[in-house]
Design a protein around this ligand. Structure first.
Ligand code: ZN
Length: 397
């Protein structure tokens, strides 16, 4: 546990905090992190961890820097091939050393909408395995702190790291308090993307799901956009290492992150953000569509009113299996979702949810089953019938 021992400590950190907040304000003022068209996700930065003289974690046969680069390039290729409107920026596309602060500065200067840092985990024990995705924040466990401290220790290979990172000590817990605040304005979006990544790495790449976590990573510190750090697996675990070394493993890992990117982008742009069954008519006439909307027009209040069971519970987690902007699904499309699917209208988007749980763990267990038939499903949270973020739900519990 952390203790503030004296006033000088507190004052010093308060001043640092104000400097940090001011710095973030400057970034925002310059428009960093905002695309020219706010409704489009047009630029993504892919950050392959380590490189050059910094090999990252070492397995029996694999070096982290090689695995991260391979997956980063495959991910970038998938995005470029499938989204001509998205520019992919790599912090490195070869085996070179890039300081951590240069990585975030590349992201900010490129005015990107999303930052994805790719790493592989390591542990003194060979037992731990599986994927976990981090967002910037104060660690809640010693394990999370260790992961961040290990990744951050790369700065020791940089020149003048002490002055560049304002005396930051990768092994000092206190060093993390201030800078965990820096990413807070993007926290909800980062958490949302991180959860999508975990869902897809579990689904497409069959990785054990170690969950979404928070810790203080220097590489995420100053990125002025939603940012995550993905730990693909444990290079210290022989099965994970072997998987990450194979072409198939690297392809699946890239595919998993790509799918989460695709869902995130569609959601960001408020389109139909899950794969829907084809509509009854491929191109319905405008008049008939309008008539359909009018016939099925339902207010958000009336939908909420139907949810007696939800209103009895302060917070519930459900699994969203489909969504449609502006227009509800047709009857046959709804039938294809199953009779348990319930419709909600939230900010003009029709959401179709199944299951109802009062804790996230049970919802995630259910999600795994649902994904066999609805691959892009994800968990959402409601409070008294209103949609809230997963983070808000967890804080309320
Ligand atoms: Zn790493």
């Amino acid at each position: 546990m952390l203790c503030v021992k004296n006033r000088a400590f507190f004052t010093r950190h308060l001043v640092l905090l104000l400097v940090c907040v001011f710095a973030i304000g400057l970034y925002s003022h310059k428009g960093y992190g905002q695309s020219s068209n706010r409704t489009s996700l047009t630029k993504v930065v892919i950050d392959a961890g380590h490189g050059g003289k910094d090999p990252g974690a070492k397995g029996k046969n694999a070096l982290e820097k090689d695995v991260t680069l391979a997956v980063a390039l495959k991910l970038g290729k998938l995005i470029s091939e499938n989204h001509s409107d998205v520019k992919v920026v790599y912090t490195r596309d070869s085996d070179v050393f890039i300081p951590l602060d240069v990585r975030s500065s590349i992201a900010n200067k490129s005015n990107a909408n999303l930052f994805i840092s790719i790493h592989a985990n390591s542990n003194r024990s060979t037992v731990p395995y599986g994927a976990e995705t981090y967002v910037m924040g104060l660690h809640k466990s010693a394990d999370n702190f260790d992961v961040a401290a290990t990744e951050n220790s790369a700065i020791i290979m940089e020149d003048n790291y002490n002055s560049k990172y304002e005396g930051f000590n990768p092994k000092s817990v206190e060093s993390y308090i201030i800078f965990s605040m820096m990413q807070s304005k993007f926290l909800d979006q980062s958490l949302f993307f991180a959860q999508l990544v975990q869902n897809q790495l579990t689904n497409v790449a069959s990785r054990a799901d170690r969950g979404v976590k928070q810790a203080g990573f220097l590489v995420l510190w100053k990125t002025a956009m939603p940012s995550v750090l993905v730990e693909l697996g444990f290079i210290s675990n022989s099965k994970d290492e072997q998987y990450m070394l194979t072409e198939t493993g690297q392809n699946e890992l890239a595919e998993g992150i790509y799918r989460s990117f695709r869902t995130y982008k569609a959601n960001y742009e408020m389109k139909n953000y899950v794969e829907l069954p084809p509509r009854e008519s491929a191109s319905p006439k405008k008049d008939s569509t309008t008539a359909f909307v009018a016939r099925n027009a339902v207010s958000e209040t009336s939908l909420v009113a139907k949810r007696d069971s939800i209103e009895k519970l302060p917070v519930v987690f459900r699994v969203q299996i489909a969504g449609s902007k502006g227009v509800p699904l047709t009857k046959s499309q709804k039938r294809s979702l199953g009779e348990d699917a319930e419709e909600f209208l939230v900010n003009g988007v029709y959401k179709y949810c199944i299951g109802s749980f009062n804790n996230l763990t049970e919802a995630n267990v259910y999600l795994k089953k649902v994904k066999r038939t609805h691959r892009d499903a994800f968990v959402v949270a409601f409070e008294g019938g209103s949609l809230i973020t997963i983070k808000e739900a967890l804080l309320k519990m």
